[in-house]
Design a protein around this ligand. Structure first.
Ligand SMILES: [Zn+2]
Length: 138
């Protein structure tokens, strides 16, 4: 390419012409091009982070669902003295940072609403079955 001021041949990557010292317009253009490229790049990273977060949330909740099944059994059998066993737990809603509402399906085909609390740091899971949910089982 040539200097836009003195028209002498210069390198394309030169910021200032070595002959007349004129600042080359192309330098600014290519800089803008880079920043657009960076924006696209940051956008892609953000999308990947969101996908990873969704994936982690999904695996966490499915692990939680599995861990909650024997706890529902325990509460029904020990606390309420009911001869039911829990087939599966499905998390339906996130209530707070560590709290979820879920549906527990029982072996007779009925389903009850439960809440699950999960404290990952303590690795503890609490299941609560409201009394009114158990009432209609009895
Ligand atoms: Zn020049």
């Amino acid at each position: 390419m040539n200097c836009y001021e003195c028209k002498r041949p210069i390198k394309e990557t030169t910021k200032f012409c070595p002959y007349c010292g004129a600042k080359q317009a192309h330098y600014k253009e290519s800089k803008n091009g880079n920043s657009n490229y960076n924006k696209v790049y940051i956008g892609i990273i953000a999308i990947v982070v969101v996908i990873v977060a969704l994936f982690l949330f999904k695996t966490n909740t499915s692990d939680l669902e599995k861990s909650a099944v024997p706890l529902v059994d325990q509460i029904l059998q020990n606390q309420y003295d009911l001869d039911y066993s829990c087939e599966s737990v499905i998390i339906t809603d996130k209530l707070g940072d560590n709290k979820y509402s879920a549906k527990a399906e029982l072996d007779d085909g009925s389903a009850i609403n439960i809440t699950i609390e999960h404290y990952p740091k303590k690795d503890k899971i609490y299941v609560q079955i409201p009394y009114q949910e158990v009432l209609f089982l009895q």
